[in-house]
Structure formats: structure tokens, C-alpha cells
Design a binder for this molecule. Structure first.
Ligand SMILES: C[S@@+](CC[C@H](N)C(=O)[O-])C[C@H]1O[C@@H](n2cnc3c(N)ncnc32)[C@H](O)[C@@H]1O
Length: 377
């Protein structure tokens, strides 16, 4: 997309429509961001009430902007952490930021004493590590500088992070807990041995190697940033973002005469989460099905929708969507040849002239014949 294309659109937005925009910035971190080209596009190409979908939403820049502009936003991402960020930043259910501030204070009270002990001595950090809950020490990818996860942290960092995480889990629930966990996750990105301080800037400025080099490269001389200060700084960003969302909600509420024009429960949907939450079954979860069986069932469901002709692409898209909806994409072990073979076995002929499949006039369905897919392997 060239600059020349962006400029006229940005200019074309009348001042009156930028009115709301003065009340919030751009996610992530909302404030101190350069001009919001995304917002300009959203305002130009959609109207309030329209549905805006970002199927690869990342941290949610587009759906959150769309939501704040009064569109019905649908966010999706393969990465559950991306969904977590977007959902919690967009959330408008808190009455105010007061419960968030209060929970942060509880975490601070629980952590400052032990943290100063941990930061003073590595021996103390090791002692704390023996009693704190830690995640599984998984093996890292082969191109990492460290073999196991814990080796990415100094004892102080590991103990400090575990301590704050434990305090968050005790001090808060629901969206307040999740917003604190968001600040905590952003702290993990700085409090580890792969954090590379930017040359010539404050030691806290820089990033983890995984985000720039796409591998866990341990810094030649790692920095140990102050643990609480780092968390406090990340929390300040999350708090500022939430304040801006809630301020905008109040502003819109006043302008609408008391309604709730900005309601994340109604207008901000995280697709992956909706798909991940199947309706509870009174009889308990069904037994796990074989991948080949699931694929056969979904294939037949997609076929049996009354169409007389269809293209391979149309059927394949339906298949992918249905498997995705059932969180069973892993069952899709089907190449072009096997795909065509399954259609022929079910009585469909391919017309290479129209590129359509249509019912075979000569097909004789044999009752009882199981139309199984080859086992995945
Ligand atoms: C470049 S980022 C998204 C940026 C975002 N749309 C924005 O405007 O800031 C691409 C995202 O796509 C996600 N992604 C990649 N493949 C995906 C898939 N098959 N389904 C859903 N999300 C996917 C990645 O996890 C990543 O967060």
C-alpha cells in the first residue's frame, strides 16, 4: 500500500467525524502512537453498526479500533495469547478502573517484601524458588541457546515472576486478574536472559530475541532489570489503555443519553473463544473420535447441503470451516487426489469443462458400505 494511497483517505475524513478520535489513542498502549491510519481506513470503509472481521487479528488493533468506532468487531487469531490481549483490552465490563487499581495494590503489598529479598541475594531467590509454583520446565526448540525453559531466566527473574504471578492469582479474579496477567506477561518479555538492551538507551529499552531473531538467543551480557519496577511500568500501560476505553464508554453513554453504545459483550466477539467453548453436554464429554472418522462425518455433512453442483474449492472451504468450528482441523489429512477419490466414491463426477462436481447418473449407492477415509499417518 503506497503512501500516496493513504494520504488522500486520511485527508478526506471530515473534522466532525474525528471528534471521538480525540478521546482515545491506538492500541496497543493507546497513547503516544503515530497517526492512526487504521482508524482512518475503518472510518472511510465502514459505518457504525457494520461488522468488521479481522481473521488474523494479532493483538487486536483493527477489531479494537473498529469496536471503539461503533462497529461490531470480530477478532480471531490462532495464538491464544493474541486473543487474550484483544479480549481484555476491549473489555468494557468494569464499572471503572478502581477495582484494577485496588487489585494492583494488593499484589504490591504481597510482593514488595519478598521481592526486595529476592533482588538483594541470589541465594534468597533460590530459596523462594523451592516454594513457589513454577510452570513445567519444557525443552526448548533446538535452535535455542538454552536447552530448557528455566535456563532463560536468572534465579531472581524466575522467582520474582513466579511470586508476582502467584500474588495476582490470589488477589483478583475475572477481567481484573486477566489485565494484571497481561501486565505480567509483558514483564516476562523483559525479565529474561534473552532480553537485549538497545545500545545507547536506558537498559529497559529493547526487546526479547524471540521477537526480533525468532529464536531464544541468550544475551552475551544479560541485564537484570528491577522486577517490581518493570511490572509496575507494564501495569501503567495496561491501566492507561483501560482508562481510555472506559472514558470513551462514558463519553458515548453521555452523548447517547444514558444507553450503552459501547458494550464489549455485545459488539466485540473473539471468534476462537466462541468456537473453543462447546455447549455443555448433560451426559459429559463424548468419547474422542478417530481423525478419519471425524473427517468422514464432516465431509458428508458438508456435502449434504442440497447443492446439485459445486466446485472443489467451495467444498474444501466448507470443510475447513466446519473442521475449524469443531476444533478438529488436525483431522484434515487429505490431498487433492484423495479428495477427488472420496467424491467419486460418494457418487459425484467431475466436469473438467465447467470445473464443477455433479451427481453421477450411473452411481449405485451400496447400502451399508462404509465410506471411510484412509487413516491419517
Ligand atoms: C501480522 S499479525 C496480525 C496483525 C494484525 N492484523 C494488525 O493489524 O495488527 C498476523 C497474525 O496472524 C495470526 N495467524 C497466523 N496464521 C493464522 C491462522 N491460520 N488462523 C488465525 N490466525 C493466524 C498470527 O498468530 C498473528 O498474530
Amino acid at each position: 500500500m503506497s503512501r500516496a494511497h493513504i494520504a488522500p483517505i486520511t485527508k478526506a475524513i471530515p473534522a466532525a467525524r474525528q471528534d471521538d478520535a480525540r478521546h482515545y489513542g491506538v492500541h496497543p498502549y493507546f497513547t503516544r502512537r503515530p497517526a492512526n491510519v487504521m482508524r482512518a481506513y475503518l472510518e472511510h470503509y465502514s459505518r457504525p453498526g457494520d461488522v468488521v472481521l479481522d481473521p488474523f487479528g494479532g493483538s487486536g488493533v483493527i477489531p479494537i479500533e473498529a469496536f471503539l468506532l461503533g462497529r461490531r468487531a470480530i477478532h480471531n487469531d490462532l495464538n491464544p495469547f493474541a486473543n487474550f490481549i484483544a479480549r481484555n483490552i476491549a473489555d468494557t465490563t468494569l464499572p471503572s478502573v478502581a477495582p484494577l487499581r485496588a487489585a494492583f495494590e494488593r499484589v504490591r503489598t504481597a510482593c514488595v517484601g519478598p521481592l526486595s529479598e529476592i533482588e538483594r541475594s541470589e541465594a534468597a531467590a533460590r530459596r523462594w524458588l523451592e516454594r513457589l509454583p513454577l510452570p513445567t520446565n519444557i525443552r526448548l526448540p533446538q535452535n535455542s541457546d538454552a536447552e530448557f525453559f528455566y535456563e532463560l531466566f536468572t534465579p531472581r527473574q524466575l522467582a520474582g515472576l513466579a511470586l508476582i504471578k502467584q500474588a495476582i492469582e490470589t488477589a483478583a479474579t475475572g477481567v481484573v486478574r486477566d489485565l494484571l496477567l497481561l501486565a505480567w506477561s509483558a514483564s516476562v518479555a523483559k525479565l529474561n536472559k534473552t532480553f537485549l538492551s538497545a545500545r545507547g538507551r536506558a537498559p529497559s529499552r529493547g526487546g526479547s530475541s524471540i521477537f526480533s531473531l525468532y529464536r531464544y538467543k541468550v544475551a552475551a551480557r544479560w541485564v537484570e532489570l528491577p522486577i517490581w519496577e518493570t511490572f509496575r511500568g507494564r501495569f501503567a500501560n495496561v491501566l492507561a489503555a483501560k482508562e481510555e476505553v472506559l472514558r470513551l464508554r462514558e463519553y458515548r453513554r453521555r452523548r447517547s443519553g444514558g444507553g450503552l453504545p459501547l458494550d464489549s459483550r455485545r459488539d466485540f466477539q473473539v471468534l476462537a473463544c466462541a468456537a473453543a467453548a462447546p455447549a455443555p453436554s448433560p451426559a459429559g464429554p463424548p468419547p474422542p473420535a478417530e481423525p478419519a472418522q471425524v473427517l468422514a462425518e464432516v465431509f458428508d455433512t458438508c456435502l449434504a447441503n442440497g447443492r446439485e453442483t459445486f466446485t472443489s474449492e467451495a467444498l474444501f472451504n466448507r470443510l475447513v470451516l466446519e473442521l475449524w468450528r469443531r476444533r478438529a482441523l488436525g483431522c484434515l489429512n487429505l490431498d487433492r487426489r484423495a479428495f477427488a477419490e472420496q467424491l467419486r466414491r460418494r457418487g459425484w463426477d467431475y466436469n473438467p469443462r465447467t470445473h464443477q462436481w455433479l451427481r453421477s447418473p450411473t452411481h449405485q449407492p451400496r447400502s451399508g458400505e462404509p465410506l471411510l477415509f484412509p487413516e491419517s499417518g
